[in-house]
Design a protein around this ligand. Structure first.
Ligand SMILES: Cc1cc2nc3c(=O)[nH]c(=O)nc-3n(C[C@H](O)[C@H](O)[C@H](O)COP(=O)(O)OP(=O)(O)OC[C@H]3O[C@@H](n4cnc5c(N)ncnc54)[C@H](O)[C@@H]3O)c2cc1C
Length: 465
C-alpha cells in the first residue's frame, strides 16, 4: 500500500482521496482553506467559507453519471447526500408532451440522480472523507512546490512529495494534483526542471447571472434544465432543502446583459420566459450572483507519448475544465477519479506505467467530454453572437440537431439525448445504437425544439426598462 498526497480538498480531490483510501492507501489531502464543513450539511450554504473555490456559491447540479460512479466506488455516498437534504431528480417525469409512448424502459432508473447546492454536496463528501480511517484532511495547508526523488525514467523528474507553505515536506509515493481550475502545477513542474505539459487554454466567453430561491415545493419542470433562448440561455436547477436556482447567461461581450445584476431586471427577464417564469415563485435567498472570466483549460502530462513527470497525476479541473453551463464538471471529475483508482490498482509499482496508463484512460474515458463541450460552446456562442447582431445563425451541427429534433417525439431518442447531456454516454455511442439512425432519420428536416420567450428586441427592452 502507498502513501498518497492529494493537493486540494474540493469535491473531486476528496472523491479521489476516498477511492484511494478505500483501496488501503494512506491518503493525506492538503487544503489551504482553513475551515472544514459544518456538522449539518444544510448549514454549509450560510456558514462555510471556501475562498479556494471561486464557484462555491454558483449554481451546481450533480448528474446520473456522478451517482453511477458514487454507487460503484463509494457506496453509501448517495444516501449521505439524501440525508443532507439533497433531492432526487428524474427528467423522465418531465417528458415533452409531444412524446406519446410514456411506458417505462428497462434501465430508466439509471437516469435518476441526487443533487443539491454545491456547498451542501461538498459538505457531505467532506464529512465522508473526514470520517475515513485511512484519509486525513489537513486544512490550512497550501502546497507550494514539489519534492524531487530518484528518477524512474531517464531525464524525467520524479515527484516524491510536496512542499507546503509552512516550509514542511510531505513525502508520498504518488502526488495527485486536484487544485482545480487555477492549478499552479505548471510552475511546480518548471521548478522541478520538467518539460512543459501540453496545455490548451482560452476564456469560454460566457457571463452567468444567478438567483437562488426557497419554498415549500420545487418548481415543476417544463422543458430542459439548460434552455437556449435566442441570444441568451437559461438554466433551472433543483437544490437541496427546499431551494433552487435560476441562471441567465450569455456572451461576456453582450454588455446589456450586465443589467441582470439588478434583481428587478433579472426577475423581469425570467418572468418573460413562459417555461421558467414560475421558478421565480419562491422566497429569493440571494440577490443576483454574477460570474465571468471562466477559462477552458486542458493539461496533459504525457507529451509525444512520453511522461513529462512521474509520481504526479492531475484529476478533475486541475486536468481539464470548460464553460460550466452543461453542469458536468463534478460528474466528469468523478469518472476521472474512478479511472485514477483503476490505474493505481494496476500500475502503482511502475511510476512511468502509472502515468501512461492514466493518460490513456483519460484520453479514452473523459477527454471526449471535454472536446464535445468545447465544440458545443463554440457553436452556441457563434449562434448567440449572430442573433445579437441580427445575422442568421450558423447552421447547427447536423448530428446533434437530428438527435434534438428526434427527441421531441421519440422516447428512445429522448433517453439517448438525456444520456449525452448527463454524461452517461457520448453522442457517438448513442448514435451508434441499433435503430437510432432510423429514429433520427424519421424526423429529419424537422426543426429543433424552440424555447418560447422574448426575442432580442424585447430582451433589450426588458433589460433597459
Ligand atoms: C460557474 C460554475 C458553475 C459550475 N456548475 C457546475 C455544475 O452545475 N455541475 C458540475 O458538475 N460542475 C459544475 N462546475 C464545475 C465544478 O465546480 C468543478 O468541476 C469542480 O469544482 C471540480 O472539482 P475539483 O475538486 O477538481 O476542483 P475545485 O472544486 O476547484 O477544488 C480545488 C481545491 O484545491 C484547493 N487548492 C488550490 N490551490 C491549492 C494549493 N496550492 N495547494 C493545495 N490545495 C489547493 C482549493 O482551495 C480547492 O479546495 C461549475 C463551475 C463553475 C465555474
Amino acid at each position: 500500500m502507498a502513501g498518497i498526497v492529494v493537493c486540494g480538498g474540493g469535491v473531486v480531490g476528496l472523491c479521489a482521496g476516498l477511492m484511494l483510501a478505500e483501496d488501503g492507501h494512506e491518503v493525506t489531502v492538503l487544503e489551504p482553506d482553513p475551515t472544514g464543513p459544518p456538522e449539518q450539511p444544510a448549514a454549509a450554504w450560510d456558514d462555510w467559507r471556501r475562498g479556494g473555490v471561486a464557484q462555491f456559491r454558483q449554481p451546481h447540479t450533480l448528474f446520473p453519471r456522478f451517482r453511477q460512479v458514487a454507487d460503484a466506488e463509494l457506496p453509501g455516498l448517495v444516501d449521505r447526500l439524501v440525508d443532507g437534504g439533497c433531492v432526487w431528480v428524474d427528467y423522465l417525469e418531465s417528458l415533452p408532451p409531444s412524446i406519446e409512448d410514456r411506458t417505462p424502459r428497462p434501465g430508466d432508473d439509471r437516469l435518476r440522480f441526487v443533487t443539491g447546492r454545491r456547498p451542501v454536496t461538498e459538505a457531505v463528501v467532506a464529512a465522508a472523507a473526514e470520517a475515513h480511517p485511512r484519509l486525513s484532511v489537513r486544512r490550512g495547508v497550501r502546497v507550494v512546490g514539489l519534492v524531487a526523488g530518484p528518477a524512474a525514467l531517464p531525464g524525467v523528474p520524479h515527484v516524491a512529495g510536496v512542499r507546503t507553505d509552512s516550509g514542511a515536506e510531505v513525502r508520498a509515493d504518488l502526488v495527485v494534483d486536484a487544485t482545480g481550475r487555477r492549478s499552479p502545477s505548471a510552475d511546480w513542474l518548471t521548478e522541478l526542471g520538467a518539460h512543459p505539459a501540453r496545455v490548451e487554454s482560452q476564456t469560454s466567453g460566457f457571463a452567468y447571472y444567478t438567483r437562488y430561491f426557497a419554498g415549500p415545493e420545487q418548481p415543476r419542470r417544463i422543458g430542459p434544465q439548460l434552455a437556449p433562448l435566442g441570444s441568451v440561455s437559461l438554466i433551472t436547477l433543483g437544490g437541496d432543502n427546499g431551494t433552487w436556482s435560476v441562471t441567465v447567461f450569455g456572451p461576456t461581450r453582450d454588455t446589456p446583459l450586465k443589467a441582470l445584476r439588478e434583481p428587478a431586471v433579472f426577475d423581469r427577464v425570467v418572468g418573460a420566459c413562459p417555461r421558467q417564469a414560475h421558478w421565480l415563485d419562491g422566497r429569493p435567498v440571494t440577490g443576483v450572483l454574477a460570474m465571468a472570466g471562466v477559462l477552458d483549460r486542458y493539461r496533459r502530462l504525457v507529451v509525444d507519448g512520453e511522461p513529462v513527470v512521474t509520481g504526479l497525476v492531475a484529476v478533475g479541473d486541475a486536468w481539464a475544465c470548460t464553460n460550466p453551463s452543461a453542469g458536468r464538471g463534478i460528474s466528469v471529475g468523478a469518472v476521472h477519479a474512478q479511472l485514477l483508482r483503476a490505474a493505481v490498482r494496476a500500475e502503482l509499482d511502475d511510476p512511468a506505467g502509472l502515468v501512461r496508463a492514466f493518460d490513456e484512460a483519460t484520453e479514452r474515458g473523459v477527454t471526449p467530454f471535454y472536446r464535445t463541450q468545447l465544440a458545443a460552446d463554440r457553436a452556441r456562442i457563434a449562434e448567440m453572437d449572430a442573433l445579437r447582431a441580427g445575422r442568421e445563425a450558423p447552421p447547427p451541427d447536423p448530428v446533434r440537431a437530428g438527435l434534438l429534433a428526434a427527441a421531441v417525439h421519440d422516447p428512445d431518442a429522448y433517453r439517448g439525448l438525456l444520456e449525452t447531456v448527463t454524461c452517461l454516454a457520448l453522442p457517438d455511442e448513442v448514435l451508434a445504437r441499433p435503430g437510432m439512425a432510423q429514429r433520427i432519420a424519421a424526423h429529419a428536416g424537422e426543426p429543433p425544439p424552440v424555447t418560447p420567450g422574448p426575442d432580442r428586441t424585447r430582451l433589450l427592452e426588458l433589460l433597459s426598462a
